[in-house]
Every structure is written in structure tokens, then in C-alpha cells.
Design a protein around this ligand. Structure first.
Ligand SMILES: Nc1nc2c(ncn2[C@@H]2O[C@H](COP(=O)(O)OP(=O)(O)OP(=O)(O)O)[C@@H](O)[C@H]2O)c(=O)[nH]1
Ligand SMILES: [Mg+2]
Length: 282
């Protein structure tokens, strides 16, 4: 689930899982700060869904946001079958265009092949006695170009619907269609690197706990990522940034990754940055 802040990513996760597990509100500032994994079953199929912090967050430092996106990619490993690009019904602004550009810098390879554009706020459209078909006649050329890249896979969702089952069926139908058309999931260089590191963490748990199944070990890694995921970020060679009392992150890294030589530096008011050179993300 990706998109600009406030477009309804978390609300759509709630609609899809028919829960209220994903915090969603009308706050003026960004609500979701950390990636969150949701799981569900439907018609004997298991689904994993990852909610992400919105781009163009007004609070989060770019470096922290990048790390969060990487963690989200780790949670959906080995790769998402579907990338839901969420937009709120309304005007497609310059910021929307920049959001798409920013995302595409992170998502290498061909993410469009796996993308479904999800417009939230269908209820708003209905309130104005408008229709999705009519709305699409009024979109900007920039949006049309973007939609073309996604082969015009567009769905309209209401997260305020009295019939969430109907919403889910619409979403599920679009998901199923795209999953059957694509032979595999989205792969990219960054995602592969993240998976390698995640596998290392899973292996380490299984070495330490011989009774842990791979699924259990992965669950533990996922929980750690949801909580902070500093081991993963560190192993990827990205700066581990956290406003913690001096040394806590370095200690954590040293304990969880004894094989790696950590370099630590104190920056500003007790912010610890630890880095291992493996890959860079711009
Ligand atoms: N009317 C209407 N409101 C919606 C819909 N979807 C989301 N909203 C509202 O939009 C606001 C923002 O929704 P969120 O789910 O928090 O948005 P988000 O994209 O997760 O935001 P961040 O976590 O900040 O990135 C909330 O007040 C939602 O209730 C929808 O389909 N219809
Ligand atoms: Mg959110």
C-alpha cells in the first residue's frame, strides 16, 4: 500500500482486512509512522498486506522515511504480487506527480506491471451524484500518462461504506485478475538485497533456536522490523538513526550482529548513527 500521506492507505487496509487494526484519521499531520503488517485469509488463500508511512510526510526526516520504506519492503518479502498505489479522489496535484516520481526512484525494475491505482473516497463521488466513469473523463494528462503505465488498472473504493464486503470483493477481483496475468511477484534489485539480509536474520534465529520453523523465525523477524528493525537497516549499510539515549542502538547492533564491525557516532542530542557499507539508497 503506497501513496501520499492522508490519501487513505490505512483506511483501505482496514477495509481489506475488515478490521480497525490500522490507525487512520483525519489528522493534519501524517498518521502512520511505521510500516505495519496485516494478515488475513480469504477463500483458503493467505494474504499479507503492508501499510506504509505516506510520502511527503510533514514530520519525518527523509533518511528515516527511506529506512521505513525499506522495512516495509522487508515485511512484504520476497516481493509483493500487487502494489496498490492509493490516491484520494480530487485533483491530481503537483505533489501527486512528485510522489509517483519519488516512489519510482525507490522501486527499481518494472513496478507498473504490478500496480493497481486505488482511488479512495468513492462515497464523496456518490454524494455529488458523480460516477467513476465521469470522474475519469476529467483527470489531467499527467494522471492519464501515469495510468497508462499501469495499463489503466484503476479501482474506486469507499472506506466509509456500509457494505465493506462489497468493497473487498471489488478490490479482490482486481487483485486476482492481476495476479493471474503476472507470472510472479514484483522484483527489484533493492528488494532482493533486502531479502538476502532478511534471510540472514531468519537463519540466525533458526541456528539459535533449533525448534523454530522458518515461518516462526520469519514472524519474529517481522515483529522486530515492525518495532524498529534496526538490525536490518544496519546490515543494509544504511544509517540507523534513532533518538535514543547514547549507545543503545550500538549495543543492540553489537548484540544481534556480532559478526559485523559497527561504527558509531553521536550526532546532536544523543542520536546514534551506526553504519555498515553494503548498499546505498538515494
Ligand atoms: N469519505 C472518505 N474518507 C476516507 C476514505 N478513505 C480514507 N478516508 C479518510 O481520509 C483520512 C486519512 O485516511 P488515512 O487512512 O489515515 O490515510 P493514510 O494514507 O493512511 O495517511 P498517512 O498514514 O498519514 O500516510 C481519514 O480521515 C479517513 O477516514 C474514503 O473512502 N472516503
Ligand atoms: Mg496511514
Amino acid at each position: 500500500m503506497i501513496g501520499k500521506t492522508g490519501v487513505g492507505k490505512s483506511a483501505t487496509c482496514n477495509t481489506m482486512t475488515r478490521t480497525q487494526n490500522f490507525k487512520s484519521d483525519s489528522s493534519g499531520k501524517s498518521v502512520t509512522q511505521k510500516g505495519k503488517l496485516g494478515k488475513m485469509n480469504w477463500q483458503n488463500k493467505k494474504f499479507k498486506i503492508v501499510d506504509t508511512p505516506g510520502l511527503f510526510d510533514n514530520l519525518m526526516e527523509d533518511e528515516v522515511l527511506k529506512a521505513e520504506i525499506v522495512k516495509c519492503m522487508a515485511l512484504i518479502g520476497p516481493g509483493p504480487h500487487i502494489i496498490m498505489y492509493v490516491i484520494k479522489i480530487g485533483r491530481y496535484t503537483k505533489e501527486d506527480i512528485e510522489t509517483a516520481d519519488k516512489l519510482l526512484q525507490i522501486l527499481d525494475g518494472n513496478p507498473f506491471k504490478y500496480m493497481i491505482i486505488v482511488f479512495t473516497g468513492r462515497d464523496d463521488l456518490e454524494y455529488h451524484k458523480d460516477t467513476p466513469e465521469n470522474y475519469l473523463l476529467s483527470v489531467t494528462p499527467e494522471f492519464k500518462t501515469f495510468a497508462k503505465k499501469c495499463d489503466d488498472r484503476i479501482i474506486f473504493v469507499s472506506n466509509r461504506s456500509n457494505d465493506p464486503d462489497r468493497e473487498w470483493i471489488d478490490i479482490y477481483t482486481a487483485i486476482e485478475k492481476l495476479v493471474s496475468a503476472n507470472s510472479s511477484y514484483y522484483k527489484g534489485e533493492l528488494l532482493e538485497k533486502i531479502q538476502e539480509v532478511k534471510d540472514e536474520l531468519i537463519d540466525k534465529i533458526q541456528q539459535e533456536d533449533k525448534h523454530a520453523t522458518r515461518e516462526e523465525a520469519e514472524d519474529r523477524v517481522d515483529k522486530d522490523i515492525e518495532k524498529g528493525g534496526n538490525s536490518l537497516i544496519f546490515m543494509l549499510g544504511m544509517p540507523v538513526v534513532g533518538a535514543v539515549v547514547g549507545g543503545v542502538i550500538s549495543a543492540f547492533v553489537a548484540i544481534s550482529l556480532p559478526v559485523v564491525a559497527a561504527t558509531g557516532a553521536i550526532v546532536g542530542g544523543g542520536v546514534v548513527i551506526a553504519k555498515r557499507k553494503l548498499c546505498t539508497i538515494s
